[in-house]
Unconditional design. Structure first.
Length: 130
């Protein structure tokens, strides 16, 4: 009987992973202007690492900071400007983050569809067995 529920588990893990990805993308966008963090320097864009689970499905196993260099903009009056008047902004591209959000949303929707298909198959199997 547990095999009947594997589709639910796999789709559920995909929905959880994509929801986490959406939250992370939202955080990246929210910090697009953050020039100072508690650790020092500008915010670093974060990316999730997905890993296939042996039982099926996916899990987020790590958060990786984007290795891109900060974007330097000359703003001499900014409180975080260096001696030459440049401010380091996060290397977060709003357009790319929005494209990633669309992809994550579509992946989430695909997992919802798979979950619903598993549910319909299980209900049909129960109908036939009754």
């Amino acid at each position: 009987m547990s095999d009947f529920f594997s589709g639910f588990r796999i789709s559920g893990s995909g929905m959880t992973a994509q929801r986490f990805r959406l939250d992370l993308l939202s955080n990246n966008i929210a910090n697009i202007q953050t020039t100072r963090t508690p650790g020092g320097g500008p915010y670093q864009r974060k990316m999730p690492v997905f890993t296939e689970m042996l039982s099926g499905g996916v899990a987020v196993t790590a958060l990786v900071p984007d290795p891109s260099s900060p974007v330097r903009v000359q703003e001499p009056g900014h409180p975080d400007a260096d001696a030459k008047g440049f401010v380091a902004y996060p290397a977060v591209d709003l357009g790319q983050e929005m494209v990633n959000m669309i992809g994550a949303t579509r992946a989430y929707q695909a997992n919802v569809s798979a979950f619903e298909a598993s549910k319909q198959m299980l209900l049909k199997a129960l109908e036939l067995g009754a």
